[in-house]
Design a protein around this ligand. Structure first.
Ligand code: IPE
Ligand code: IPE
Ligand code: MG
Length: 258
C-alpha cells in the first residue's frame, strides 16, 4: 500500500489536527438535500443530485486525512415512505454514482461496501453493489460503507434472529451471548465502533442510524446542508472531536473502550 501522502502529518498539523487522535470510524448522516433545493426553488431531486456530487469530495478528503472507516447514511428504512418519484430518483442517483465512481474509489484505495436490507433494493442496484464490493475488496486505505435501506433497529433485530436461530439449532447457549458475539452478527462485523458521528443541516437526531455502533460516539452537528458540506466542514468536525475528552464512563481520558 502506498503511503496516503508523504506530507500526511504536515497536512494534519496544517489543519490543526493530531494524527494520533484521529477517529478510526467516522459516520455521517447526510441531511438537508431537500432544503438545499427548496431554497433555490428547485425540485428535491436536484438537491439529491447536488448531494451525490459531494460524496466523492468528502470521501477523498477522508482518505487523505487517514480515516480508516467512513460510513455514509444514504437511504434509511424510513425513507421508503417518501413519494415514489423521490425514491426512484434516489436509486437512479445511486446507480449513477456506482457506475461513475467505482474506478475512482479503486484509485483512491477505497474498499466499497454496503449495509442495510439490501434485498429491498432493485436487482440492478444490488448487482452494482456486489460488483463494486468485489472489485475493491482488497483495497486497504479506507473502507467506505454506504448505509442503504438501512435501519439501526432492523440491524439489531436481524442479529437477534441469527442468534436465536443458533440457539434453536443447539449450536449456541444463551449465556454465551455477549457484546462481542452479538456484534459479530451486525451487517459489518469487522467495522470498529463509531468514534465521530456527524449530522449535517444542523440537525441533532440519530434517525435510526448505527444505534449499536454509536454507543460512545462523539456527536457533532454541522450547520450546512449536505450539498454545501466541504472538506473544511469535515476538518471543523474533526477539530471539534479532538477538542472533546473521551472518558467512557471512567474519570480519566481514554483512547477507546478497551
Ligand atoms: C438527505 O436529505 C437525503 C436523504 C434522506 C436521502 P433530505 O432529503 O432528508 O433533505 P431534507 O431533510 O428534506 O432537507
Ligand atoms: C436520515 O435523514 C436518513 C438519511 C440521511 C439517509 P432523514 O431526513 O430521512 O431523517 P428525519 O426524517 O429528519 O429524521
Ligand atoms: Mg432530512
Amino acid at each position: 500500500m502506498d503511503d496516503v501522502s508523504p506530507s500526511h502529518d504536515d497536512l494534519l498539523s496544517a489543519a490543526g489536527l493530531q494524527a494520533e487522535r484521529l477517529p478510526r470510524h467516522v459516520a455521517i448522516i447526510m441531511d438537508g438535500n431537500g432544503r438545499w433545493a427548496a431554497r433555490r426553488g428547485l425540485e428535491r431531486a436536484a438537491g439529491h443530485q447536488a448531494g451525490a456530487a459531494v460524496v466523492e469530495s468528502v470521501t477523498k478528503a477522508a482518505v487523505e486525512l487517514g480515516i480508516e472507516w467512513l460510513t455514509l447514511y444514504a437511504f434509511s428504512t424510513e425513507n421508503w415512505r417518501r413519494p415514489q418519484g423521490e425514491v426512484t430518483a434516489l436509486i437512479a442517483l445511486l446507480d449513477d454514482y456506482l457506475d461513475q465512481q467505482l474506478a475512482t474509489m479503486d484509485r483512491y484505495g477505497v474498499r466499497l461496501r454496503a449495509i442495510g436490507r439490501l434485498d429491498h433494493l432493485p436487482e440492478g442496484t444490488r448487482n452494482r453493489l456486489h460488483q463494486a464490493a468485489t472489485a475493491t475488496r482488497d483495497q486497504q486505505r479506507m473502507t467506505l460503507s454506504l448505509a442503504l435501506s438501512y435501519g439501526g433497529r432492523d440491524e439489531i433485530v436481524d442479529a437477534a434472529r441469527a442468534l436465536a436461530a443458533a440457539v434453536a439449532a443447539g449450536t449456541l447457549r444463551p449465556e454465551d451471548i455477549d457484546h462481542q458475539r452479538f456484534a459479530a452478527h451486525l451487517y459489518a462485523p469487522d467495522a470498529p465502533d463509531v468514534d465521530l458521528l456527524i449530522r449535517t443541516a444542523g440537525e441533532q437526531r440519530l434517525s435510526n442510524f448505527l444505534m449499536w455502533q454509536t454507543h460512545y460516539a462523539e456527536y457533532v452537528s454541522s450547520p450546512p446542508y449536505w450539498p454545501d458540506f466541504t472538506r473544511e466542514h469535515l476538518l471543523d468536525a474533526l477539530r471539534t472531536y479532538q477538542g472533546r475528552e473521551r472518558r467512557f464512563g471512567s474519570l480519566t481520558p481514554a483512547a477507546s473502550m478497551e
